[in-house]
Structures are given as C-alpha cells and as structure tokens.
Design a protein around this ligand. Structure first.
Ligand code: NAD
Ligand code: TYD
Length: 360
C-alpha cells in the first residue's frame, strides 16, 4: 500500500480515515476524490497531519475519465471506496440520486480499477486492492431474539439507501468473481464521532440540545443500532487493507446495542454535566416523540467474531467514552458547526424532514 485513492474523503468517515491514515502510515500518499456534495466539506480536511502527502481532487466518482486519469497519474495501488449518499431519510425523499451515486458510481470505480490493474497493469495485480465500505443495513431488520448479523446473513434491505448499498456490494463481488478484481468488503454498523454531518441521530441531538431545540425521537425510540466510534472503524479498515484476505467480507461493529432513547438520554446527561449553566437543563425536557420513519428497521446487531479472530481487531471505545468524546468535540468546534449549518440547503432539509412529523 503506497498510494491510496480514497473516495468520499471529505465526508464524515472518509475524512476521519484520511486523517488517521496520514497519522499512522507515514509512507502512504492519499489521493482524495470527493464531489463535495452537501455532506462533504473542506472544513473536514483542515489541519491534516502529513498534509504534503494528501492531494484533494474535487470530482465525481461517476466521471470515468477523471477516475482513469487519477489512477494512472498517481499509480494508485489501493482504493478505499467511501463515497456514497448515506442518509436513509434523504433516500426516502429522493431515491434516484442513491441509485446514481451508490450503484452507478461504484460500478464506474470498479471498472476503472479493473482496466487499470488487470488490463493495463499500472501496478501488479498482486499488490492492488479495492476496498468497499458498506453497511449492516443491507441485512435488513432483526427481531428481538434473532442472532446478530454474520457475514453470511442473507441480504434483505428495507430503504432505498440500504437497497442501493446492497446492489453495490453485489457488483463488488461480481467484479471479483468475474474478472478476478482483488476486493475486500466491510459491512459496518452505525458510526459516530467528530465531523459527522448533523442530519444523523447523534450529532443532530447534540446540536439541538445545545441550542434548546426539540430532540425528535422517531416513534417509540426503542429501535436498536450497534454504535461504533469512527476511529475504531478506520482502524479496522486499515487492518483489512494490510492483512485481510482478498475476496472476503468482514462485519465491523461496536459490540453494543442500546435503544435510540438510551442514546438520547446519554447525550442529555452529558450536556447537563458539560453545560452546567445551560437554561435548557435538564436536556431530557427537550425530547419529543415524532412520527416514525417509513420502513424503519427495528434492530441491527453485528457479530464481529470473524474480524476479531482473523485480524485481532476489536473496538477500543466503549459507548461511554466515545459519546463523551463526541459531545466534547461538538462543544469545542463551534466554527465547524456554524460552517455546516450555514451551508445552503441545511435548514431546508431540517424543515423538510421534520416539519410534518409533529410531536406525538
Ligand atoms: P457522508 O455522507 O458523511 O459522506 C459521503 C461523502 O461522499 C461526502 O464527502 C460526499 O461529498 C461524497 N460523495 C457523494 N457523492 C459523491 C460522488 N458522486 N462522487 C464523489 N464523492 C461523492 O457519509 P459517511 O457517513 O462518511 O459514510 C461513508 C461510507 O460509509 C458510505 O459508503 C456509507 O454507506 C458507509 N457507512 C456509513 C455508516 C455511518 O454510520 N455513517 C455506517 C456504515 C457504512
Ligand atoms: P440515523 O443516524 O439516521 O442512522 P440510520 O438510519 O442509518 O441507522 O438514525 C439512527 C437511528 O435514530 C434510527 O433508528 C433513526 C433514529 N432517528 C431518530 O429517532 N430521530 C432523528 O431525528 C434521526 C435523524 C434518527
């Protein structure tokens, strides 16, 4: 691994991965291809360690000529593919973009890699790797007593987002089986941590809580997610790039599964503690149950035995330490928050998603 093309490296997980890799891999060069949609921002790439080994390119993963050029110009041997439309609620409002970016975009990336590595051999195929970052949501929803998802659980996606990610996973496996493209896939649970766009549960609740706005809990709030601190995810991907078996899929998760309402209560308790003079204490008074998400998956849980056994990876952060670090990060970075919230379209999205939900 000498030169890594990271797609979506200005987004939440991608930018954390770029920062992490520049820090822990002092010989690696990163080419960062990102379209800077609403979810990507150069604010996430300020003060990078080893910034001279980072090249940012604004562009679309669906632009085949651009991807071809970048692979050759930089002799890319590794692709870490994060770029995607990633928010379930937005996929319900507008599924078409999810098909274009997540399915067509992934196919463009795969085909460009096939041409560069297997046909033109810009690097030896034996050292090349296409790593695809996917989600636990491809497996659908678990019933209360069902065992956690394993790598062989059948696909059963519920939302346009998860259906588009499922399709992209199938394309990655098809390129491996049909053409011999050296791939790995990770299906990961819900991430949280610094730089997450405040449309997702945890940053939305933190910022609404700080500002005394309602905390909109969908339905009864008893839906269950498996929360993973983002840096733990980055560490897992690096372990797989270095020592994962080509052609394999690995489930990544945080080994904890609290209901959403517990997460919101945890955030409220941290805000009460860290903002002792806030007029909004106790922050739990801001909680409002609102109309549920259509097709809302009830429960996700990841069995991470395979990655633990094969690669010795295990999450380092507990939910307690990770949530505390995350709340503190949002409190310490008001300039980042202001830049994101002033972005064109942010307030329109909040109005669009929440206006008709009402309180219950
Ligand atoms: P994000 O929405 O924060 O970031 C996505 C990034 O991709 C943005 O920077 C955006 O500008 C970029 N992008 C979108 N369309 C593009 C295009 N056509 N060309 C180039 N760049 C484009 O997403 P995230 O939360 O960082 O998720 C990253 C990846 O991880 C996604 O593939 C997602 O499906 C997967 N994933 C996310 C989670 C999670 O909890 N956030 C969990 C499991 C898997
Ligand atoms: P989210 O962060 O959107 O991730 P995902 O849908 O990919 O799991 O949502 C996490 C959980 O929180 C999910 O069960 C939906 C719920 N949720 C709310 O209750 N209120 C909100 O305002 C949001 C954004 C999510």
């Amino acid at each position: 691994m000498k030169t890594v093309l990271v797609t979506g490296g200005a987004g939440f997980i991608g930018s954390n991965f770029v920062r992490y890799m520049l820090r822990v891999e002092p010989a690696v060069k990163i080419i960062n291809l990102d379209a800077l949609t609403y979810a990507g921002t150069l604010e996430n790439l300020k003060t990078l360690p080893g910034a001279d080994r980072h090249v940012f390119v604004q562009g679309d993963i669906c632009d085949r000529a651009l991807v071809d050029k970048l692979l050759r110009e930089h002799t890319v041997d590794t692709i870490a593919h994060f770029a995607a439309e990633s928010h379930v609620d937005r996929s319900i409002h507008g599924p078409g973009l999810f098909v274009q970016t997540n399915i067509v975009g992934t196919q463009v990336m795969l085909d460009a890699a096939r041409q560069a590595w297997l046909v033109d051999k810009i690097v030896e195929p034996a050292v090349a790797r296409f790593h695809h970052v996917s989600t636990d949501e491809v497996f659908g929803s678990l019933k209360p007593k069902d065992p956690a998802f394993t790598e062989t659980t059948h696909y059963d996606p519920s939302s346009p987002y998860s259906a588009s990610k499922a399709a992209s996973d199938h394309l990655v496996r098809a390129y491996a089986r049909t053409y011999g493209l050296p791939v790995t896939i990770t299906n990961c649970s819900n991430n949280y941590g610094p730089h997450q766009f405040p449309e997702k549960l945890i940053p939305l609740m933190i910022l609404n809580g700080i500002n005394g706005r309602p905390l909109p809990v969908y339905g009864d709030g008893q839906q269950i997610r498996d929360w993973l601190y983002v840096e733990d995810h980055c560490e897992a991907i690096r372990a797989i790039l270095k020592n994962g078996r080509v052609g394999e899929t690995y489930n990544i998760g945080g080994d904890n599964q609290p209901p959403n309402l517990d997460i919101v209560h945890g955030i409220c308790a941290l805000l009460d503690e860290l903002l002792p003079t806030s007029p909004h204490r106790p922050h739990t008074s801001l909680i409002q149950h609102v109309t549920d998400r259509p097709g809302h998956d009830r429960r996700y849980a990841m069995n991470i035995t395979k990655v633990k056994a094969e690669l010795g990876w295990t999450p380092r952060h507990s939910l307690q330490t990770g949530l505390r670090a995350t709340v503190q990060w949002y409190l310490d970075h008001p300039e980042w928050v202001a830049a994101i919230q002033q972005q064109a379209g942010y307030q329109q999205w909040i109005d669009r998603n929440y206006a008709k939900r009402g309180g219950k």
